[in-house]
Write a protein that binds this ligand. Structure first.
Ligand code: ARG
Length: 239
């Protein structure tokens, strides 16, 4: 459609960068009181889009549908506190990493579980399709606890609610959301022993090498300008 409104002449419409996420993962992405999707990933994506002269649009979806959505082209990029894994890298390209995540274990304050070694034979809550899910549901030979040990939930908050109801004995999830959930709920704590350290990156369709290059270049600039640290520091306070 063509518009010939005075004042709009010459204005070129900005290209849209569509980011997919699962906005139940504070402080990386969550829905604020005004119903906006905010957080570290949303701000990084907005800063990248700005550098590329694009307009950011965010789509909230189930975490385990993000890889398919980006590889099929229904979104341009995933920023979702997504861990780089070799399996995912078979379907998508990952950008340079912009953050580190650690899988930790949340238990109730009165729990008998004191270390990772106590998880054997326990019911473990996870967010479906996350690395926490993959590690825990893996076979004992591979360091997991087996399919039967794991209960899957659509998001971390639901897994934490199941822990509070006594439906699971612990929740395995990334450290920053874990802190947010423990802060927001009474009677929970995070085990001192950390499970696994991982890298977060943006995921982009294999074919879209142009966007991958542009994304990485913008990310490097944001890093050099101190903007990346500024965004992260806004949401994660140094201890
Ligand atoms: N880092 C984990 C993974 O990649 C969990 C990410 C969950 N992110 C989210 N937005 N719900 O599997």
């Amino acid at each position: 459609m063509m518009f010939a409104l005075v004042g709009c002449q010459g204005a070129t419409e900005k290209e849209v960068l569509t980011m997919g996420t699962n906005a139940a993962f504070p402080p990386y992405e969550f829905v604020d009181a005004d119903n906006n999707i905010v957080g570290i990933d949303a701000e990084i994506a907005a800063a990248v889009a700005d550098k590329l002269g694009m307009e950011l649009e965010i789509k909230d979806m189930a975490f385990d549908s993000l890889i398919t959505a980006v590889s099929s082209g229904s979104i341009d990029v995933v920023l979702a506190g997504m861990t780089v894994t070799p399996e995912r890298a078979e379907s998508v390209n990952f950008s340079d990493s912009y953050a580190t995540g650690i899988q930790v274990v949340i238990v109730t304050e009165d729990s008998a579980i004191a270390t990772i070694d106590d998880l054997e034979g326990k019911k473990i809550g996870v967010q479906s399709g996350t690395t926490g899910d993959f590690y825990c549901s893996d076979t004992p030979e591979n360091g997991g606890y087996g399919e039967d040990a794991v209960s899957r939930y659509d998001n971390g908050a639901l897994a934490v609610a199941a822990l509070q109801n006594g439906q699971v004995d612990c929740v395995v999830i990334d450290n920053e959301p874990a802190k947010a959930f423990v802060e927001a709920n009474e009677g929970l704590k995070i085990l001192e022993t950390e499970y696994i350290t991982e890298e977060y990156a943006a995921a982009i369709a294999k074919e879209n090498v142009e966007l991958l290059d542009k994304f990485n270049a913008a990310l490097a600039e944001l890093e050099a300008e101190g903007k990346l640290d500024e965004i992260i520091g806004k949401y994660i306070k140094a201890e």
